[in-house]
Design a protein around this ligand. Structure first.
Ligand code: SF4
Ligand code: SF4
Length: 677
């Protein structure tokens, strides 16, 4: 039957107006065009489609065990919404007579049942969302009621609006079923019982009003969508499709030195770093536009958890407000982004641990964006955190943040009678052992360095160190926003490394590994850098290294995942394998509540090693308590910064008698046996 006469011409007029207003309001998405060009981050069409379908439509990262309630809630909302969108489109096509032979009619049994299921899912999701906002609200979740944060209808208003939409849809369906009573009506498992709740005469009297009510609500929803919080359903798909996942979490190179040396550059007029919307790239702005304000990033943020003045969600949405103020709202007086909406302490509170990026369901890259703002504070305003200036000066003048003598770089080995080959003499080695500043100067990490040398020697590895030629890799300088210093150190190290022949660099520090292995590429340094836990695992696997009795530690061991090894390099297994081997089996390794991807930062990353923040708890103390709660007698780690922070935390917490901290290399070194000896 041709149903087209059921749709009054007035509906098409309203639909046209609604769509026109929807497209007009899409300017909130197009506003990101004021952003700067995105260099070297292009995404092919296949990846775009793949990302859009998996992370957008499929909501792959929404599913997260830590957020089980929100996962179920969003599953219901998302799939209910998608189904109803599908059903409405099919209905419209059928009514217009388009592709009818390919499409199910509205009374096709499976289609009728599916449509009711879509409505039920959306209804359940909406009730769960209201419950979460009013009865069981997590602290970090924002609550703007019926307006606020630039969202039309606010957080609650949009939920109530959608409830009206779903209920209106069911009532309109019930009226149609009551009047037409098609033979397949029983498949409409919500519509049919509703239809039975009133006599057919009543349904007949109100059927047109219900139909129009539902039609107007639906069209209003479409028209206003870009102005409401629900706009994320569109923006997220665009954002995830255009995300270059190979660059996830990586800060963008600035090439400050080139800029400084460019005779054409007007240095007085160049903003180094970002302090307002136009200075971010369009993709960073798109990130801010597509934030769903789910607060997962803030919930997992260790800075937020320890009372620091930081909510990553707030910072991302502050950028969005700045963008809209400058573009859509065209305000003459716009509140400063840095020092206004975003206080400098919020930026310095971040440890760049990456927990926010790991948790974000829509692939937002918080840390590179925060780093760009730190760059502005340091390079354009000359304002690093006060206490960090000493470390920056140390890196500048003496090549290490402790400002200790470069001539003492090999003391850790000499004091232990270790006579190590240095590259300046050896020129060529299978492995270049990058010791790192902590391994060279910090007493606790010196012990780790010596343990690792024992392992290398026991396995007969052909290795050498740079010795006094090694200098700080620049990680802390870069995270602190001192990009010029970072570039200087990077270029110096690249020049040194390029003089020698080696297959791989092995380092015990994930920060050195990340900076040299991943970030030096932008400056011409292309090296294979592996973490010592990965290298030791290989040695054990190949049989070059064998253990006799295992570690001296008694009882259980827990492992603290370093952020730059786990979240930044996806390496969770190698250190655990080493612990299991050293401890003689799996059953002695116990996991903390927050481990692997959900690990809790030690508090030293992002340059935080070099300054203190105001906080209600200290991050390293919180982590030590989490380790102690497992009942383990040892917390193992695999990072120079983590070692210092955990060691300090154990002392401050007074747990020296019950908890020890060891690097995985130390556990292995305790149980060494040289093959054939
Ligand atoms: S990187 Fe870590 S500390 Fe910084 S905002 Fe994200 S979760 Fe918080
Ligand atoms: S940044 Fe991501 S995790 Fe944080 S509130 Fe926005 S969408 Fe949620």
């Amino acid at each position: 039957m041709d149903d087209s006469h059921h749709i009054p011409i007035l509906f098409y007029v309203f639909a046209f107006l609604a769509l026109a207003y929807f497209f007009y309001n899409l300017r909130v998405l197009l506003a990101v065009r004021v952003g700067k060009e995105e260099k070297n981050r292009s995404v092919g069409w296949l990846s775009r489609i793949g990302n859009g379908l998996t992370f957008g439509v499929g909501q792959r990262k929404v599913m997260n065990r830590r957020f089980s309630y929100a996962t179920v809630m969003h599953f219901c909302l998302g799939w209910g919404f998608i189904e109803l969108f599908f059903a409405t489109t099919v209905d419209f096509f059928v009514v217009r007579g388009w592709f009818v032979e390919l499409l199910p009619g509205k009374d096709t049994p499976w289609f009728a049942a599916l449509n009711d299921l879509g409505g039920v899912l959306l209804f359940a999701g909406l009730l769960m969302a209201l419950f979460r906002r009013y009865v069981n609200k997590p602290d970090p979740l924002p609550q703007s009621g019926f307006s606020g944060r630039g969202n039309l209808l606010g957080d609650t208003g949009i939920l109530i609006f959608l409830l009206l939409l779903v209920v209106g849809g069911f009532l309109a369906e019930a009226a149609r079923l009551a009047i037409e009573m098609p033979p397949t009506a029983a498949y409409s498992f919500v519509g049919l019982p509703l239809a039975g709740m009133a006599p057919v005469e009543i349904w007949a009297a109100i059927e047109r009003s219900l139909w129009w009510g539902h039609a107007i609500t639906s069209l209003a929803f479409i028209a206003l969508l870009p102005l409401t919080k629900m706009f994320h359903s569109v923006a997220v798909i665009v954002n995830v499709a255009l995300t270059d996942r190979t660059q996830h979490g990586l800060v963008r190179p600035m090439h400050v030195s080139q800029l400084m040396e460019d005779p054409e550059a007007d240095l007085d007029d160049i903003a180094l770093g970002t302090h307002q919307a136009e200075e971010f790239t369009w993709k960073q702005l798109l990130d801010s536009v597509s934030c769903t304000e789910c607060a997962r990033c803030t919930t997992v943020c260790p800075a937020y958890a320890t009372g620091r003045p930081l909510s990553p969600m707030k910072l991302i949405t502050d950028i969005r407000q700045d963008l809209y103020d400058r573009t859509i709202r065209k305000k003459e007086e716009v509140e400063d982004l840095l020092g206004g909406r975003i206080q400098v302490d919020e930026l310095w509170a971040c440890t760049s641990c990456g927990a926010c990026m790991e948790a974000c369901p829509v692939l937002i890259d918080h840390v590179p964006t925060f780093t760009d703002m730190r760059r502005y504070l340091v390079l354009s305003e000359g304002q690093p955190p006060d206490q960090a200036t000493e470390a920056l000066e140390g890196m500048t003048n003496r090549g290490n943040p402790w400002a200790l003598a470069q001539g003492d770089r090999m003391k850790w080995a000499a004091d232990a009678g270790l006579d190590l080959s240095v590259m300046a003499e050896k020129k060529k080695a299978e492995v270049l052992y990058w010791v790192g500043c902590a391994g060279a100067y910090d007493p606790r990490n010196q012990e780790v360095a010596r343990s690792f040398v024992r392992i290398l020697q026991a396995a007969g590895v052909d290795f050498a160190v740079l010795g006094e030629e090694e200098t700080c890799n620049g990680d802390s300088a870069r995270r602190l926003g001192e990009e010029y210093l970072f570039e200087t150190l990077a270029m110096q190290n690249i020049e040194t490394l390029d003089q020698y022949e080696f297959e791989r660099i092995v380092t015990p520090c994930p920060h050195c590994m990340h900076t040299i292995g991943t970030e030096y590429k932008d400056f011409g340094g292309d090296y294979e850098v592996v973490h010592h836990s990965q290298f030791i695992s290989e040695l054990l696997l190949s049989g070059k290294l064998k253990l006799n009795g295992g570690s001296h530690e008694e009882g259980k061991v827990t492992f603290h995942d370093p952020c730059y090894l786990g979240r930044y390099h996806d390496e969770y297994e190698s250190p655990r394998e080493l612990i299991e081997k050293a401890m003689g089996g799996k059953n002695r390794l116990v996991e903390m509540e927050y481990s692997r991807q959900s690990s809790f930062c030690c508090g030293a990353g992002g340059g935080n090693m070099w300054y203190d923040m105001e906080e209600t708890d200290r991050m390293n103390l919180a982590r030590v308590r989490q380790a102690a709660a497992t009942g383990a007698g040892t917390v193992a780690t695999a990072c120079s910064f983590c070692m210092i922070m955990m060691d300090d935390g154990i002392k401050v917490e007074g747990k020296e008698d019950s908890l020890a901290v060891k690097d995985v290399a130390e556990l292995i070194a305790e149980g060494l046996e040289v093959l054939g000896s």
